[in-house]
Each structure stands twice: as C-alpha cells, then as structure tokens.
Design a protein around this ligand. Structure first.
Ligand code: IMP
Ligand code: MG
Length: 175
C-alpha cells in the first residue's frame, strides 16, 4: 500500500459517458452486418468495456488477455508479457481491440504481432484515451475517445500502483 494522493477530476463521468455513446454509435455503424469479437486488455479497460457493451446494442462476443507493461508507477518498463493468454480460436474473426489508453503504442504494437499468426480476418483498435505525444511505436486508432496531453491519469479502470481504478471519473493525482 502506497500513500493515498488526492485525485482531481480531469474528465468528468458525464463527459466519459457521452463519449462512450459516440464511440458505440461509430462501432455499431461499421459492424452492424457482422458483430466483432471484442478483445479487451486487463485490467485497465474493464470499466470502459463494461460501459461500452451496454450501449453498443450489438451481439458481440467478449474475450480478454492480460498483459503487463508497467512494472509499477508511471514509467513503462518497455517489456510486455502475456500474463493471461487468449484461448479462443480467432481465425477469420473480426477483432476489435478495446484499450483504456494508448501511450507509447507498444502494447497495441505487441498485440498486433501476437494476433497476426492466429489469422484473424481483421483487427481494429478502439481506445478511450490517446496520448499521442508519448508515441514510440506508430499505431492506427480506428475509434478514439479522448486525445489527452502527456499527463498521468487514473480512475475509470486506470491505476497507479493498482490504486484508483474504482474512481468513476478520469482523474489526475495532486502532487
Ligand atoms: P503503451 O504500451 O505505452 O501504449 O501503454 C499502454 C498501457 O500503459 C495502458 O494500457 C495502461 O495500462 C498504461 N498507461 C499508460 N498511460 C497511463 C496513464 O496515464 N495512467 C494509467 N495507466 C497508463
Ligand atoms: Mg496499467
């Protein structure tokens, strides 16, 4: 347990929910004929995924992989490991990756390489948050919620040292 720092609201819940609605409309428009398999990365995306599927109004399937990219704190280790593997057969499936945040781009780059040998029909990317200033690996984002500056955010699923995931707003931490 590390010392609790006061979270300050950065993106309020009402705005998040409006954006989730907008993303759902975009996804529904594109996938109406053939609903995708949503592949969500644990743990950060759990709240976004849960809100998204409830307004999506599409008969999607959902699966998870768990990756670790951050050791602890706010600095990426650069090393990505699969902590919980994908067990579904995704051959010829349309995959929509559901991400909480794209920062360096390494996670999404890793996922593309991880999925490619499993021969999906397509892989698109949906992220709630994008921090383009921090990009190290180029990433194509098909559905983007918010573009944010280089600040470390917590809440709405996102953590700092496993804390703050439960907060209903996206927040920054007071020093
Ligand atoms: P990337 O591989 O550098 O693009 O980082 C993606 C992962 O880093 C996300 O799924 C988060 O787990 C974590 N991450 C990046 N920026 C933040 C942040 O501002 N707050 C919390 N987690 C973050
Ligand atoms: Mg994380």
């Amino acid at each position: 347990m590390v010392a609790w720092r006061t979270p300050k609201v950065f993106i309020p819940r009402e705005q998040i929910h409006g954006t989730v609605q907008r993303l759902a409309e975009e996804i529904r428009r594109d996938y109406r004929a053939a609903p995708p398999l949503l592949l969500s990365t644990l743990k950060g995306s759990f709240m976004f995924l849960a809100d998204l599927v409830r307004v999506l109004d599409l008969p999607v399937e959902i699966t998870f992989v768990r990756l670790s990219s951050y050791g602890s704190g706010t600095v990426s280790s650069g090393q990505i490991e699969v902590v919980q593997d994908l067990y579904e057969d995704i051959r010829a499936r349309d995959i929509l990756l559901i991400e909480d945040i794209i920062d360096s781009g390494r996670t999404v780059g890793f996922l593309h390489a991880y999925l490619a040998p499993r021969a999906p029909a397509s892989v698109r990317v949906c992220t709630l948050l994008d921090k383009p200033q921090r990009r190290q690996v180029p990433v194509t984002i098909d559905y983007c919620g918010f573009t944010i500056p280089d600040v470390f955010v917590v809440g709405y699923g996102l953590d700092w040292n496993e804390q703050y995931r439960h907060l209903p707003d996206i927040c920054v931490l007071e020093p």
